[in-house]
Design a protein around this ligand. Structure first.
Ligand SMILES: Cc1cc2nc3c(=O)[nH]c(=O)nc-3n(C[C@H](O)[C@H](O)[C@H](O)COP(=O)(O)O)c2cc1C
Ligand code: SF4
Length: 417
């Protein structure tokens, strides 16, 4: 690859300043779109690019936009900047260091679905970023890149910033909508889906920050160019957040299809000296624990291969490396503790299940459990699976069942202590 596509601030100093962003091609895609392209043509180009949502599910972006009905108005677009998954810190770098590319992407999405209002939902702790984004919006309004009749066209757009209050569940798209509306951040029952009845009951597109930041280069350079990166079914580039027991943790912008081995050893510098890699998680705390054998390490990081080879979704592509110093029972105690704390309490399987799982993991790591507790923990997790209202409940069981299945000896070691 020649140069960064999303993390352009790593090549170009001060690209977070509007004149520098514009000097380097910024807002040419948006100007081209509003002046020379139908909204449908923008949507079609994104469909052709094969871009898939970077928020976790990997759903095709263009197809999602296409679900908005043309007989229900207004349409809204919401940028999901809640980024709270433990191990995920990729959007933060875009927002802090290359904010205009994200904003241009959001504006392109709004134009494509003919929304005149778009919302940016930031996690509560991003209050400094929220100030910076407000400043960016002010500057865009002054330059008539935003507001009424942008670039002298017939299109008008307003952007609104909404700061959350620090709840992980508000990253779930329907809880996020509730939160913007001023309600308790709890997921909605589906159907209806947000594409039909979303924000304020109107058709709404919700996209992740990284998804949106991909749009300006796609519109500027075309879908065919974008598809030269990545794999056939998972085209393009992706930011991988690498953390845990690695020498060089950080965000790595790489083509989809790069292997776990390349990420962890070539880019991340491998595990600390004297240690061996034991396992990894592919999607932050929500992920299964994958034993780091050759097959797993040589698996391409794309939306198909991780599921096919490892039974683990790529999710937000946040790779947590675990070396031989890590006891998986302790790790599972931490993930379960997180999900128990973040469960919104709306449905019984998750509210009670995360509480009881955490009760048992506490017993295990405090050396107060017996062997039956390991089986009980596994049983509670499996009883939750498939029964929760939203994916958080499911996420909370991933490390538990995979940890016990693949690393039971670690749990037994804690029990025998
Ligand atoms: C518990 C939970 C937390 C989530 N947190 C986030 C988040 O912080 N950021 C995000 O973009 N998507 C998050 N998602 C996924 C969103 O619901 C949604 O799928 C995503 O924003 C869609 O954007 P995309 O199509 O661009 O990926 C979360 C989902 C769940 C179930
Ligand atoms: S699964 Fe958990 S987070 Fe999701 S609605 Fe139920 S209680 Fe709330």
């Amino acid at each position: 690859m020649t140069g960064y596509i999303l993390y352009r601030h790593r090549d170009i100093a001060d690209i977070n300043k509007l004149p520098v962003y514009r000097k380097n091609g910024g807002f040419t895609a948006f100007e081209k779109a509003v002046k020379t392209m139908d909204p449908g043509a923008v949507l079609n180009e994104v469909k052709l690019s094969g871009l898939r949502g970077r928020g976790g599910a990997g759903f095709p972006t263009g197809m999602k936009w296409g679900f908005l009905p043309n007989n229900l108005w207004p349409h809204y677009v919401v940028a999901n900047a809640d980024e709270s998954e433990p191990g995920t810190f990729k959007d933060r770098e875009i927002l802090e260091s290359n904010p205009y590319q994200f904003l241009e992407g959001l504006m392109l999405a709004a134009y494509a679905v003919q929304a005149n209002d778009a919302y940016i939902y930031l996690r509560g702790e991003f209050w400094e970023i929220s100030r910076q984004i407000e400043t960016c919006i002010k500057e865009l309004l002054e330059e008539n890149i935003l507001g009424n009749n942008v670039f002298g066209s017939s299109y008008s757009l307003r952007l609104h910033v909404h700061l959350g209050a620090g709840a992980y569940i508000c990253g779930e798209e329907t809880a996020l909508l509730e939160s913007i509306e001023g309600n308790l951040g709890q997921p909605r029952l589906r159907p209806p889906f947000p594409a039909v009845s979303g924000l304020f009951g109107k058709p709404t597109v919700i996209n992740n920050v990284e998804t949106l930041a991909n749009l300006p280069p796609i519109i500027e350079k075309g879908a065919a160019w974008y598809k030269t990166f990545g794999t056939e079914k998972s085209p393009g580039i992706k930011i991988f957040s690498l953390s845990g027991c690695v020498n060089k943790p950080g965000n790595y912008e790489l083509p989809l299809g790069t292997t776990f081995r390349e990420l962890i050893f070539n880019y991340g510098g491998g595990v600390p000296e004297g240690r061996t890699i034991k396992a990894f998680m592919s999607a932050g705390a929500s992920s299964v624990i994958v034993p780091a054998n050759d097959m797993a390490l040589d698996t391409p990081m794309d939306y198909e291969s991780t599921v096919a080879n490892l039974n683990a979704p790529l999710g937000s592509a946040s790779v947590i490396v675990l070396d031989d110093s890590v006891n998986m029972a302790k790790l599972v105690d931490k993930t379960v503790n997180f999900f128990r704390h973040e469960s919104c309490g709306k449905c019984t399987p998750c509210r009670e299940g995360t509480y009881w799982m955490n009760h048992i993991t506490r017993r295990i790591v405090n050396g107060k459990a017996n062997m039956d507790d390991i089986t009980l923990l596994d049983s509670v997790a499996r009883q939750m699976q498939g029964k929760c209202l939203c994916a958080l409940g499911e996420f909370s069981t991933m490390a538990v069942t995979s940890g016990i299945e693949k690393f039971r000896a670690d749990f037994e070691q804690m029990v025998k202590k």
